[in-house]
Design a protein around this ligand. Structure first.
Ligand code: PLP
Length: 443
């Protein structure tokens, strides 16, 4: 009989033995046995406040009654497993609801997938096939997914192991804290590309994160994205807005692109839409989404369990006004973090929208030089030791990222702030060793 490793070995060690390294990002030693609300239960029973919300997918936290009820009901009388083959009520109702709450003109359609990656992949393929154009524009630092097509239009440094698609134009994303490329300079570069090596009539679509997430939680300068979208749409270039991380209420509005005054051709949703279950969507005009039959098929996409959960998530966010809650609580959270910056010189910038907040760590306020990535990892590690979990983003691995469940309470937010305060101070004092964080320097 096989030896039962679960008796003697930690979940963390067992994970490292059997789960493919290519599929793992581990920012701290947290291993989970349960979760409720904004609290995760780690192996051994300790409660951890989750300020990451599983990278934003746990939009309603864990085991939210509305999601449990809706998904449980769908699971208990399962209307097939495939929207590909038969309509099911939750999928059709969720599509109807998404069209109601997403601004846009004319006849539109919804495509369902399992992840942000497959949804952006679908948008790439539809844009190319429906326009007959082959090229794309996106941003340095952008993360649109981890399957071939969505990777190929991404510009994140974590993806340099795979070449982008031929003809991709990568623009700098203007960063108000690091004004190396101003909004004007980027628009000028785009005009220059159009006038020279990238004729606009060759470009199918531009992929935009309305708030750059994995590239460093960067809020674009006011008016920049609208000017960019206008330049593209004038040339018949489709504007695809990737709302996967910051959409569905997180930014303080239901859609983050609404802060920017954009009228996107396609809207891509993921992560928070499923409340932790695999669910993504592309919303676009019928002329694109109906351009061919049987073009973007995945057997279990739009299954009744995930779409019932999605419908419960969307209804809860709208009914409980969690977008407005995210705006209010996020502003208070950001203000608290700015307060910490008065005592911690390592905080260079605090920014974001709603409950998508980034804290950029620097070694020197004059030069704004990023901290060493090990410093960031130590802050994450110490915060975990103190009972709070979050992770980091940014091309220099120096931006703490907070994307908590939208149900986060004021008291939880204050408790989180106090741990962040303590962790920053204690890492500066040298309380965490390089060895402790060596396994957690991820990207
Ligand atoms: C996470 C993310 C994706 C990819 O979503 P997955 O569900 O991981 O496939 C795409 N775009 C953005 C902006 C993201 O943050």
């Amino acid at each position: 009989m096989q030896h039962d490793q679960s008796q003697t070995t930690s979940l963390f060690e067992r994970d490292a033995r059997v789960i493919a390294n290519i599929a793992r990002l581990r920012f701290n030693p947290l291993s989970l046995t349960g979760g409720r609300g904004c609290t995760l239960i780690e192996e051994g029973g300790r409660e951890i406040l989750d300020l990451s919300g599983s990278a934003g997918s746990a939009s309603l936290g864990y085991s939210h009654p509305a999601v449990v009820e809706a998904a449980g009901r769908a699971l208990g009388d399962m209307a097939g497993a495939s929207l590909l083959l038969y309509p099911n009520a939750p999928a059709v109702a969720l599509a109807e609801r998404l069209l109601e709450v997403t601004p846009g003109d004319g006849e539109r359609r919804v495509w369902f997938g399992h992840s942000g990656s497959d949804a952006n992949d679908c948008a790439v393929r539809v844009a190319r096939a429906a326009t007959g154009r082959q090229r794309f524009i996106s941003f340095i630092g952008s993360y649109h997914g981890n399957v071939s097509g969505s990777m190929a239009v991404s510009g994140h440094t974590a993806m340099t192991h795979t070449l982008p698609q031929a003809g991709l134009v990568l623009l700098p994303y203007p960063d108000p804290y690091r004004p190396r490329f101003s909004a004007e300079a980027v628009l000028d570069l785009l005009d220059y590309q159009f006038a020279t090596t990238c004729p606009p009539e060759q470009v199918a679509a531009v992929f935009i994160e309305p708030l750059m997430s994995d590239g460093g939680l960067i809020v674009p300068p006011p008016g920049f994205l609208a000017a960019l979208a206008d330049r593209c749409q004038r040339h018949g270039i489709l504007v695809v807005v990737d709302e996967v991380k910051v959409g569905v209420g997180r930014s303080g509005l239901l859609h983050c692109f609404q802060h920017e005054g954009l009228a996107p051709d396609m809207v891509v949703l993921g992560k928070g839409l499923g409340g932790g279950l695999p669910l993504s969507a592309v919303i676009g005009p019928a002329r694109l989404m109906d351009h061919a039959g049987a073009f973007a098929l995945q057997t279990t996409a739009g299954n009744p369990v995930c779409t019932a959960a999605g419908l419960a998530v969307l209804d809860t966010i709208v009914t409980d006004k969690l977008d407005a809650h995210a705006a209010r609580l996020g502003a208070a959270f950001a203000e608290g973090l700015r307060g910490l910056a008065e005592r911690h010189a390592v905080i260079g910038d605090v920014r974001g929208r709603g409950l998508a907040i980034g804290v950029e760590l620097i070694s020197d306020r004059e030069s704004r030089a990023p901290v060493d990535p090990s410093f960031t990892a130590k802050v994450i590690y110490r915060a975990w030791e103190l009972g709070v979990s979050f992770s980091y983003v940014g091309l220099s691995a120096n931006v703490l990222e907070f994307t908590p469940p939208l149900i986060l309470s004021e008291a939880e937010m204050r408790a989180g702030l106090s741990v962040i305060d303590q962790a920053l101070g204690e890492v500066v004092e040298g309380k965490v060793s390089d060895e402790a964080v060596a396994p957690f320097m991820m990207w």
